[in-house]
Design a protein around this ligand. Structure first.
Ligand SMILES: Nc1nc2c(c(=O)[nH]1)N[C@H]1C(S)=C(S)[C@@H](COP(=O)(O)O)O[C@H]1N2
Ligand SMILES: [Mo]
Length: 336
């Protein structure tokens, strides 16, 4: 977010659509071929072992992940007519300030993150508080694949196939009490493995904190991701558990979560704390409400380059208009 965005220019783009390739390959891979592929590449979704996910780096996933992967519901939500961002871009152009502020820093530094074992503290206004192992948090839920647009407040965007389960299902599991109004999330603090947390120049008061109103959190689109591109989450994308809220700017989608608190008051979030006039609690994608330092009317869809900037119009709620009812009667220029 500490960036300068060049003046937007409307680009003539020749759109390629790897999604169609991906779909047809997936079809091909169903059946016995898929089994063979799965045996050959543990940790990679069978259906995609040789499809558009061919560039996906195979990974060794923990047992809790592999068990669930077999029963995943593929493409439960898709982004029609849009190209899935290549794995390489989604994993090497990241914001994860715990590992540095450069876009390549997370990929370079997050390898040291210790994701096993992993526990998540659930506390506050809940009937079942406690320290949950990731296994216990994930166990009750079936995996779904959801292909979502991700729109960063810095005016770039990607299309990412996530794997995980609805946040609402996790909340039902822990049981918010009637006093719960907001959900507060916290990222791991581990300065030994997170060089960004050692930097004396950091603007951020760690841990990274995010939050949602409870009704937003219960919306069926709000998602807990444990994987992407048919495999376990790479560390730089927020392993082993991260939030994905597709109608909000990317900074709401907090990574590597270690604490989930149900609270009665709106939590102060990391970016609100740093610059409340620039980053609000709601952070709904809104082409009509500009950032004080740049326009939010358009976005660079990655991959983009100097000669093919791939600039497209930004859509209200990032195109997820079904969430509009959450904000009825609210002035979204004031509650940005
Ligand atoms: N803990 C934590 N979560 C974070 C961030 C961060 O710096 N720290 N960056 C946010 C921002 S600004 C964006 S755009 C997305 C990027 O997610 P991605 O790297 O998986 O695309 O993560 C969000 N989650
Ligand atoms: Mo972002």
């Amino acid at each position: 977010m500490l960036i300068r965005v060049p003046p937007s220019s409307r680009a003539l783009e020749s759109e390629v659509t790897p999604e169609s390739v991906y779909l047809s390959r997936r079809k091909l891979m169903q059946g016995s071929l898929a089994l063979a592929a799965m045996a050959a590449m543990p940790g990679l979704a069978s259906a995609d072992a040789q499809g558009v996910y061919a560039d996906v780096e195979p990974s060794k996933a923990p047992g809790w992940f592999d068990e669930k992967l077999a029963g995943a519901r593929w493409q439960a939500i898709t982004a029609k007519g849009e190209s899935i961002t290549p794995f390489k871009d989604a994993t090497h152009y990241n914001n994860f300030y715990e590992f540095g502020t450069g876009k390549g820093d997370p990929a370079a530094n997050a390898g040291k993150l210790q994701v096993e074992p992993w526990t998540v503290m659930v506390d506050g206004e809940v009937s079942n508080p406690g320290r949950y192992s990731i296994e216990d948090l994930v166990k009750p839920h079936a995996f779904e694949e959801r292909i979502y647009r991700l729109r960063c407040v810095e005016a770039w965007s990607m299309v990412i196939p996530w794997l995980g389960f609805p946040l609402a299902d996790l909340l039902k599991q822990v049981g918010p009490t009637s006093a719960a109004r907001y959900v507060r999330f916290e990222t791991l603090v581990d300065p030994e493995r997170m060089p960004g947390q050692r930097s004396g120049f950091s603007l951020i008061d760690w841990p990274y904190v995010e939050g949602l109103r409870l009704d937003e959190a219960m919306h069926p689109l709000a998602f807990m991701a444990v994987g992407m591109y048919g495999r376990v989450l790479p560390n730089q994308n927020g392993a082993p558990l991260r939030l994905v809220v597709p109608w909000k700017y990317g900074f709401k989608s907090i990574k590597s979560i270690v604490r989930i608190s149900l609270v009665s008051e709106a939590p102060q979030t990391t970016w609100e704390r740093i610059a409340p006039n620039e980053y609000g609690f709601y952070a709904n994608v809104n082409p009509q409400v500009d950032h004080p330092r740049w326009s939010q009317a358009t976005e660079r869809r990655l991959p983009s380059g100097l000669f093919s900037p791939n600039v497209i119009d930004t859509r209200m709620f990032n195109g997820y208009e079904e969430v509009a009812g959450l904000y009825t009667g609210m002035d979204l220029a004031r509650y940005y």
